[in-house]
Design a protein around this ligand. Structure first.
Ligand code: F6P
Length: 522
């Protein structure tokens, strides 16, 4: 059998040529208003229900003929086989020789025999989950603990922080959660000023337990704790890591582990999710996992034609490689989803920001778009001008929630009216006015709609995005699960730091040397 990383890359398929033809004949000039006028079923044809998420894809620059070719592309690239390999626990992260099984973290406990595939891993997952949730409940009940400080960065920060904010309405403990990620001491110092050692629990979250920012912050937090007279490290520090040995060496004995088959940016479903569990409770966290699991099942079993992550990823490829759009804007119309764009940046750009395929060959086409965004309606008063009238076309992904969980009259209907209006305005434009008042329209958008923002629907929304990134990575033939690109800067920073103290600039390029000397005031 062909190793999964040697599957056919999108541009090596036969259907790729047909897509090129399709693009130059009709695809590049598709007019959304004409497409709606010509097809009364367009909304139905280009919408898709998935667990907890309804997606309207009809305002995208696509027609049924293009969509058919894109489904053929997914088949020819072996997306289903690659997906099945992930769900079978194969080592599809071949550059690190690791399986990719964050989905297992949200699977119900295996009730079968030891012979069942991945039964051992599943048992470990549930033993750790049970222990982690019991600890979360203990912390929730502990009235002496008022503040939780999560120290972690990247996947050990963005997910928990995003989810804690998103699920603020479900937070029942009244504990204050703080997130410290940056090595910039201003961040930790500001938090330490607001907490007391006797009532604070520090969570040191790091998959590797070697990340320089996290270790620096963790050391400073421990020194501060001890300087304040704090003694009981076991009660005031816990580590969330795959490297329990390093955590113990650091002096932390309260640990919750996970495994190398959980990528950092896919880890909030593991022990890294402890801040979420402390905020919303054990049952809330289980609901969060269950929502994600429902999306896993959809991705695993729905036919390509009704598979929402697949449909989103195919659009992503169509935009990136045919229209050559270089970015995508995320516009969550819910203030609690304000960290979702930052979370998705890591998910998409660290996963698919790659320039070589699985075999290490340079790719002749573009991969990850730039992801960016702010919650609506704020973005409307900042950068939406460019989306409507700028020279570049940026596909927008709106996320809206039907139900409000506050009772302030008038707000929610205004919010929903705005999100609908923005998607409409981008599409229809305004042709009857010239010059500065002209809106070209025909600007694509996707509309994701949740009934309610709950732990389960948030879980499903994020799992949807994970699988969509998986599929686009599979089509591009890249390994979405390594991140070698982050290494060089880390190595160089190690070299530069002592030079900031010594002033030695030998061997440095002139710009770095000049800046270093300027910083030292020489
Ligand atoms: O530098 C990138 C990265 O390795 C991310 O992939 C990861 O989420 C982050 O650093 C933090 O890593 P760790 O959890 O091991 O501290």
């Amino acid at each position: 059998m062909t190793p999964t990383h040697q599957r056919l890359r999108c541009d090596q398929t036969t259907v790729w040529r047909l897509l090129e033809k399709q693009f130059s004949s009709t695809g590049s000039s598709l007019k959304l208003r004409d497409a709606f006028a010509a097809d009364r079923q367009r909304f139905a044809t280009f919408s898709q229900s998935a667990p907890y998420v309804f997606a309207d894809l009809s305002k995208n620059l696509i027609d049924t003929a293009t969509q058919e070719l894109l489904f053929d592309l997914a088949r020819e690239c072996g997306v289903e086989r690659h997906r099945d390999a992930m769900f079978a626990g194969e080592k599809i992260n071949h550059t690190e020789q690791r399986a990719v099984m964050h989905w297992l973290l949200r699977s119900p406990a295996a009730n079968g025999h030891a012979s069942q595939p991945l039964a051992t891993e599943s048992r470990q997952v549930h033993a750790t989950l049970d222990a982690m949730l019991a600890y979360a409940e203990q912390v929730r009940d502990d009235v002496a603990i008022t503040d939780i400080v999560n120290i972690g960065i990247g996947g050990s920060d963005l997910g928990p922080q995003m989810a804690v904010l998103a699920l603020d309405g479900f937070a029942t403990t009244g504990k204050r959660l703080h997130f410290v990620s940056n090595v910039d001491g201003h961040e930790l110092a500001a938090v330490l000023q607001r907490v007391r050692s006797a009532s604070t629990l520090f969570l040191i979250a790091s998959k590797t337990f070697t990340t320089i920012e996290t270790m620096t912050n963790a050391r400073s937090a421990k020194q501060w704790f001890e300087a304040q007279g704090g003694k009981n490290i076991a009660r005031h520090f816990a580590a969330l890591t795959t490297n329990v040995v390093a955590a113990n060496e650091f002096g932390i004995d309260t640990t919750f582990g996970f495994w190398d088959w959980v990528g950092g940016r896919y880890s909030m479903w593991s022990a890294i999710g402890l801040p979420i569990a402390i905020a919303i409770g054990a049952q809330g966290f289980r609901d969060f996992l269950a929502g994600a699991h429902a999306m896993d099942e959809h991705f695993r079993s729905a036919a390509l034609e009704q598979n929402l992550p697949v449909r989103l990823a195919l659009l992503d490829l169509w935009y990136r490689n045919f229209h050559r759009f270089t970015s995508r804007s995320i516009a969550p119309y819910h203030s609690a989803l304000r960290r979702v764009p930052a979370y998705l940046q890591q998910l998409e750009m660290e996963s698919n920001g790659k320039r070589v395929d699985g075999a290490g060959e340079a790719l002749p086409f573009g991969t990850s778009p730039v992801l960016w965004g702010e919650p609506g309606t704020n973005g409307q008063h900042a950068y939406f001008q460019m989306l409507h009238q700028g020279t570049d076309v940026v596909p927008v992904e709106f996320v809206a929630v039907k139900k409000a969980r506050h009772d302030l009259p008038g707000h929610h209907s205004q919010l929903l009216a705005n999100v609908l209006a923005q998607a409409q305005a981008l599409m229809v434009g305004k042709a009857d006015a010239g010059g500065h008042r002209h809106f070209p329209g025909n600007r694509p958008s996707t509309f994701l709609l949740l009934d309610d923002l709950t732990p389960a629907s948030l879980g499903a929304l994020i799992a949807l995005q994970e699988h969509r990134v998986f599929v686009s990575g599979a089509l591009w033939g890249i390994n979405s699960f390594d991140q070698w690109g982050v290494e060089l800067g880390k190595v160089l920073a190690k070299d530069i730091e002592p030079r900031l103290h010594s002033g030695d600039v030998s061997g440095l390029d002139a710009s770095t040397a000049g800046l270093l000397q300027r910083i030292r005031g020489a």
